[in-house]
Design a protein around this ligand. Structure first.
Ligand SMILES: [Zn+2]
Length: 507
């Protein structure tokens, strides 16, 4: 650090490009991330790393207004000073103030968006590297309450980690932050307070999903209890009607109209309440996604159309909607199901979205669904939101399998120990007995496990227990720091494949 102070005056008088070339010193214990170097007023702000951690460095003359925003150890003289600033909440806040492009924004006007879901707080640079090559906006911060509980993070942590990595990558094109699968206004407020401007409202608990399987008589009885005006509206608007939505036709018979009313009206009123709350808090600077994907049966096109029309009738401005699609979208592996039937139904879902306010169709558990990506991209005309999450975690596991076989084996065994418990939370069908005993595999055979479906699913759903293991956790994060470049490269390759197969145009 002292070495940097020696020629700080020269650096401060140089252009950003010259600073990039001259700031690193051979023999110094730390190195700068070149893309993070920013000159503002009489200060240079940059990210750097040593063998243990990453941190911000601010170099400034005469304690100018930028350096006083950041907290950290200050060295130097009255004329030239530097601060080494830890990556904490106060410095993330300062970073967003000094460089507003490091804060999340609303993505209402962005056509194609992809949720990246970095559970570790160290994948984002890889996501950005891939996103930069395509006409797509990444939702870099994206986490559900379940993920927060399993990783021991808060929404504040998630957004702050993302801000630092956005700065590290020098990414100024704007990104989103998604409070994923939120069910209550209290949880939504926690996400909003952490600058998460995308709210995914999960209606699966509040809707009457069970009524999907009720017999006619039970539906009729429940429908009869609705207010007269509501019943009249439902019958007049939907019963025995055929709707032409772009190239598709959607029939709603009287029984389906009544069933939809019983299943969804309460939940849709709640969506309207949430929407009003968001508008009050954020004006029009938010993105509301309505999700009904965490239910047991697929969303029929007739139900999707009913939901969209009733949301619009309630003046709910929603950016995206996540139906549950036919077939299986299991974690970490490709689509399972009848691809031709998926194509047929997806066409109708995409037509409904385009004909009813042109919202984005949102695809959850979207990582690695390579088989259906071309359909999704083509039929939505790229007006879509794709959510991925666990796949970035699996790329981290791959790095460990490649570079630290001892650590990999202990992670793998931790997964096996916790698999049954985690199956309660995540629906997967992998037969883990097909996975070879890791002690019988040679070190160089371990990375191949990341190509095996059963091993992928095993490690996919057990991230919580692995990250909470007192012995594994520090070793894992130390390895992620050491192999940062390899990890970002792996994420880049994996995300490039996703965006490419979706058919997102290149920049
Ligand atoms: Zn979902």
């Amino acid at each position: 650090m002292e070495k940097i102070l020696e020629n700080a005056a020269t650096l401060l008088a140089s252009s950003e490009n010259n600073i990039r070339q001259n700031i690193d010193h051979p023999g110094s214990a730390f190195s700068f991330y070149s893309d993070s170097i920013n000159k503002i007023g009489d200060s240079i702000v940059a990210m750097a790393r040593d063998s243990k951690s990453r941190f911000l460095v601010v170099i400034s003359s005469c304690d100018d207004e930028t350096i006083v925003e950041f907290t950290g150890d200050r060295i130097g003289t009255d004329e030239i000073a530097a601060k080494i600033c830890p990556l904490n909440a106060a410095n993330a806040k300062a970073l967003r103030k000094v460089f507003p492009w490091t804060a999340p924004i609303s993505l209402r006007d962005r056509k194609t968006t992809v949720g990246c879901g970095d559970r570790l707080g160290c994948a984002t640079v890889g996501h950005i590297a891939a996103a930069k090559e395509f006409q797509v906006t990444p939702v870099l911060a994206q986490q559900s309450i379940r993920e927060l509980a399993l990783t021991g993070r808060t929404y504040r942590d998630v957004v702050d980690d993302t801000c630092f990595m956005v700065f590290q990558a020098g990414y100024k094109d704007g990104y989103g932050a998604d409070g994923d699968h939120l069910k209550t206004i209290d949880d939504i407020d926690v996400a909003l307070a952490a600058d998460m401007l995308m709210i995914t409202l999960d209606l699966s608990d509040i809707m009457n999903a069970a009524a999907g399987d009720w017999p006619r008589s039970e539906i009729d009885a429940a429908f009869d209890k609705l207010p007269e005006g509501t019943k009249q509206h439902i019958i007049d608007t939907y019963a025995d009607k055929t709707f032409t939505v772009k190239s598709s036709k959607v029939n709603i018979d009287a029984a389906t109209a009544k069933r939809c009313a019983v299943m969804y009206l309460g939940a849709l009123d709640y969506a309207a309440t949430v929407h009003e709350h968001l508008a009050e808090r954020r004006g029009n600077k938010f993105d509301l996604e309505v999700s009904i994907d965490e239910t047991t049966s697929p969303t029929l096109p007739s139900h999707h159309l009913f939901i969209a029309k009733e949301l619009l009738l309630r003046n709910v401005e929603f950016t995206s909607l996540a139906p549950r699609f036919i077939g299986e979208f299991q974690k970490g592996i490709d689509y399972i199901g009848d691809k031709a039937e998926f194509d047929r139904q997806f066409r109708v879902h995409a037509d409904i979205a385009q004909a009813n306010g042109d919202y984005k169709v949102s695809i959850h558990s979207g990582s690695d669904k390579f088989m259906v990506y071309p359909t999704i991209g083509e039929m939505t005309d790229m007006r879509l939101h794709l959510k991925t999450a666990g796949t970035s975690w699996l790329e981290a596991v791959r790095v460990i399998a490649q570079h630290d076989p001892v650590l990999y084996r202990s992670m793998h065994k931790c997964s096996l120990d916790n698999f049954a418990a985690m199956q309660e939370l995540y629906h997967i069908t992998a037969d883990i007995n097909k996975i070879a005993d890791v002690d019988s595999l040679k070190d160089e055979e371990l990375p191949a496990l990341m190509e095996q479906l059963e091993a992928r699913q095993l490690l996919h759903i057990t991230y919580g227990p692995i990250l909470n293991d007192k012995v594994i956790r520090p070793l894992f994060f130390a390895a992620m720091h050491k192999f940062e470049k390899e990890y970002h490269q792996g994420i880049y390759k994996h995300f490039y494949k996703h965006l490419n197969l979706l058919g997102v145009p290149k920049r």
